[in-house]
Design a protein around this ligand. Structure first.
Ligand SMILES: CC(C)(COP(=O)(O)OP(=O)(O)OC[C@H]1O[C@@H](n2cnc3c(N)ncnc32)[C@H](O)[C@@H]1OP(=O)(O)O)[C@@H](O)C(=O)NCCC(=O)NCCS
Length: 367
C-alpha cells in the first residue's frame, strides 16, 4: 500500500491589512479587547479583484514549485472553502483550468474550518488506495465578503488567505499516519451562513435579514472547540500508535488563542509546542492550518522527519485531527517549472471556449 507524503506547500495572502484599530472605527470595540479575548492583532482582506480561486492559484503554484511537480501530473484537486465562489461550479474546477491540471478531477469539499483536515485525509486515502499518485489540496477564503462589518461578535475574528499542500504517493513509510473526522449536526445552528442556499434562496428578505452574513453563537462554539480539540488529537495519536511526546508540533486551526491555550492545558502540554500565528491573520477558516504550517516550515520550526498533530474544528459541527510525518520535497530529478504552465493553461482555456462557441453556433444552425 503506498504512503501519502506531503511534498509541496504554498500560501497566498492579500496585501491589505485590517488592524484592530481599523475595526474599532466600524464597531464598538478596541484593540485591547480583541487581543485579550482572541489573540488577533490584524487580518488580511482580499482586494475587490481577488477571489478564493485567485489566492488558491498562487498558493497552488508555490506548492507545485516546492514539490517540483508539473500541474499536468496532478490526478486530483480538492478545494475546501467556507467562502467558495459559487454553489456550482466548484471553485476547484476554476483552479484546475487556471493552473493547467489537464488530467485532474477537481471538486469542492465543504466541512467549514475542519475542511483542510478532511480534504487532506480524503486526498491521502485516495493515494493510499493506489487509485491516484498526485493530489493538490487547497484551503482558500475570502470570508470578508460574508462578514457583517456591523457585528462586533464576528467581524473581529475572520480574515482572508489561502494555503495548499501537494500530496504524492511513495513506497517509503511516512506522510499521513492517521486521521479522525467527526461531525455533529445537532450543533448546526451554532455557526451558519444561511442565505443563498436552497432553503433560503437569495431574496430581498434574506438580504434584509442579513442571512448572507456569518452568524455565530460564540460561547457555544468556544465550548465545543475546547471540548473536541484535545480529544481528537488523542484519538488520532492512538490510531497512529504514538504518544503526545512523540510529536514535535501541534498545528491547530487558528480560531482563538484562548481556545488553543485551553487545549494545551487539557493535553498537559506546553503552549510552545503549538504553532500559532493567529495574531497576523485572524481566523482564515480552511486556510488557517496550511498558513500556520507553511510559516513554521519557512522559519525552520518544522523539519523533515518531524511528527505533527494537525487539528481542526468548525461549523457543521465538524472536527478532526491527523498525524503526519513531515516529508519535505522529494529530491528533484530534473527541475519542472509549474508557473510556466499557467500561460499554456490560459491559451488552452481560451481555445476550448472558442471551440465550444463554434460548436454551439453550428449546432444551432442544425436545429
Ligand atoms: C466571540 C468571542 C471572542 C467572544 O468572547 P467572550 O469572552 O465569549 O465574550 P462575551 O460574548 O462573553 O462578551 C463579554 C463582554 O464583552 C462584550 N463584547 C463582545 N464582543 C465584543 C467586542 N468585539 N468588543 C468589545 N466588547 C465586546 C460583550 O457585550 C460582553 O459585555 P457584557 O459583559 O457587558 O455583557 C468568543 O466567544 C469566541 O472566540 N468564540 C469562538 C468563536 C470561534 O472560534 N468561531 C469560529 C470557529 S471555527
Amino acid at each position: 500500500m503506498p504512503f501519502a507524503h506531503i511534498t509541496g506547500w504554498g500560501i497566498s495572502v492579500p496585501e491589505p491589512i485590517l488592524t484592530n484599530d481599523d475595526i474599532a472605527k466600524m464597531v464598538d470595540t478596541n484593540d485591547e479587547w480583541i487581543r485579550s479575548h482572541t489573540g488577533i492583532r490584524e487580518r488580511r482582506i482580499a482586494r475587490e479583484d481577488q477571489f478564493p480561486s485567485t489566492l488558491a492559484v498562487e498558493a497552488s503554484i508555490k506548492a507545485l514549485q516546492v514539490a517540483n511537480l508539473a500541474p499536468t501530473e496532478l490526478d486530483l484537486i480538492i478545494l475546501t472553502s467556507s467562502s467558495p465562489e459559487y454553489i456550482f461550479p466548484a471553485t476547484a474546477c476554476i483552479i484546475q483550468d487556471q493552473i493547467g491540471a489537464t488530467k485532474a478531477g477537481a471538486f469542492d469539499l465543504l466541512a467549514a474550518c475542519s475542511g483542510f483536515i478532511f480534504a487532506t485525509n480524503m486526498a491521502a486515502q485516495a493515494i493510499r488506495s493506489g487509485s491516484i499518485k498526485n493530489a493538490l489540496v487547497i484551503g482558500s477564503e475570502t470570508l470578508s465578503r460574508f462578514t457583517n462589518w456591523k457585528d462586533r461578535n464576528t467581524c473581529i475574528l475572520f480574515g482572508d488567505g489561502a494555503g495548499a499542500f501537494v500530496l504524492q504517493a511513495s513506497d517509503k513509510p511516512g506522510g499521513l499516519l492517521s486521521a479522525v473526522m467527526r461531525s455533529d449536526g445537532s450543533g448546526a445552528d451554532s455557526l451558519t451562513l444561511l442565505g443563498g442556499g436552497a432553503r433560503h434562496p437569495a431574496t430581498e428578505a434574506t438580504i434584509h435579514e442579513g442571512k448572507h452574513f456569518i452568524q455565530m453563537d460564540g460561547k457555544a462554539v468556544f465550548r465545543f472547540a475546547t471540548r473536541v480539540m484535545g480529544q481528537a488529537i488523542k484519538e488520532s495519536l492512538e490510531l497512529a500508535n504514538l504518544k503526545l511526546d512523540d510529536v514535535q508540533w501541534i498545528i491547530p486551526h487558528q480560531a482563538n488563542y484562548r481556545i488553543i491555550e485551553t487545549a494545551a492545558k487539557y493535553l498537559k502540554t506546553p503552549l510552545d509546542k503549538f504553532v500559532i500565528n493567529i495574531e497576523k491573520y485572524g481566523n482564515t477558516s480552511t486556510a488557517s492550518i496550511p498558513l500556520a504550517t507553511v510559516e513554521a516550515v519557512q522559519n525552520g520550526k518544522v523539519k523533515p522527519g518531524d511528527k505533527i498533530a494537525f487539528v481542526g474544528f468548525g461549523a457543521g459541527l465538524t472536527w478532526g485531527a491527523m498525524i503526519v510525518e513531515w516529508t519535505g520535497p522529494i529530491p528533484a530529478k530534473k527541475p519542472v517549472h509549474p508557473e510556466q504552465y499557467r500561460l499554456f493553461a490560459r491559451l488552452r482555456s481560451f481555445v476550448r471556449r472558442a471551440i465550444r462557441f463554434i460548436e454551439g453556433f453550428f449546432s444551432r444552425k442544425e436545429l
